[in-house]
Design a protein around this ligand. Structure first.
Ligand code: COA
Length: 257
């Protein structure tokens, strides 16, 4: 088994489980991961997804045997295959449940795409990151929208072009992960994030993610004012908004807890 999903109440843990190959992913694993995220995304009993990996390393990124083999296919097959990895990143990014990445050891190449497509990430202090693609004569192509979103263009310039190894503490400063903790504290820190996520309203969380994407681009003009006003007007009249506001004022837990 190379990808497994374990549902623990409202939390789904999707595990990359091919440590002998450092959790490098090929077309088969990409298909399994995509299916795993699509499945938990549609499962009403799941509220939060943790993406994690077995063994010493989170992932060595794309399987380089597969990458080389795909480069020998005809142009259409080659492109279709690359699109399937692009689609996996999008499925994680747009998962209707918050996604937390739990990172230990090496996270190289495409692994950075998985992490940056997740909503948040916690790393062990032994984690190290590398956009190694240029050393292989390629570029971090399909992961770039998520990695550049996290790093910003200027920092991406450096790490896309040098393929330097990024230690865990620097990865926090760069925005790749949200926090670094001792390896022994990794599960505790992930669990704390999961608990915070479970305490919030599920639909509001997804609306919040969309809001961030929308206000990150474009001028703060009347159209943006209208959009943000429409959103709060809609959410505070909705069932979740009414329940959350009432629960606070009535000093009780909201019904999603
Ligand atoms: N694709 C295919 N196989 C890979 C791989 C990858 N991306 N990364 C590691 N492996 C394989 C190795 O070939 C080796 O196989 P073997 O046991 O049959 O010889 C096995 O996994 C262990 O790798 P090894 O390098 O000995 O592990 P390590 O723990 O010393 O180092 C890494 C781990 C991740 C730092 C190192 O494997 C590495 O740098 N991998 C390449 C990562 C990369 O550049 N990815 C970019 C993809 S675009």
């Amino acid at each position: 088994m190379t990808v497994s999903t374990l549902n623990d109440g409202p939390v789904a843990r999707i595990t990359l489980d091919n440590p002998d190959k450092r959790n490098a992913f090929d077309d088969r694993i990409i298909a399994s991961l995509t299916e795993a995220f699509e499945t938990v995304g549609c499962d009403d009993s799941i509220r939060v997804v943790v993406l994690q990996a077995a063994g010493k390393h989170f992932s060595a990124g794309a399987d380089l045997n597969w990458m080389r083999a795909m480069g020998k296919l005809d142009a259409q097959q080659n492109r279709d295959d690359a699109l399937r990895l692009a689609r996996l990143m999008q499925v994680i990014d747009q998962c209707p449940k918050p996604v937390v990445a739990r990172v230990q050891g090496a996270a190289f190449g495409g692994a950075l795409g998985l992490i940056c497509a997740a909503d948040m990430a916690v790393a062990a202090d032994n984690a190290r990151f590398c956009l190694s693609e240029v050393k292989l004569g390629i570029v971090p192509a399909v992961i770039s929208p998520y990695v550049v979103r996290a790093l910003g263009a200027r920092q991406a310039n450096r790490y896309f072009m040098t393929a330097e190894v990024i230690p865990a503490e620097r990865a926090v400063a760069l925005g790749i992960v949200h926090e670094v903790v001792a390896e022994s504290e990794l599960d505790t820190s992930v669990d704390a994030l999961v608990a915070s996520l479970l305490s919030a309203a599920p639909q509001a969380q997804i609306e919040a993610r969309e809001l961030i994407a929308q206000v990150s681009h474009g001028p703060i003009d009347q159209a943006m004012l209208n959009h943000t006003a429409d959103l709060i007007a809609r959410l505070r009249t909705g069932a979740e908004g009414q329940e959350g506001l009432s629960a606070f004022l009535e000093k009780r837990k909201p019904n999603w807890r």
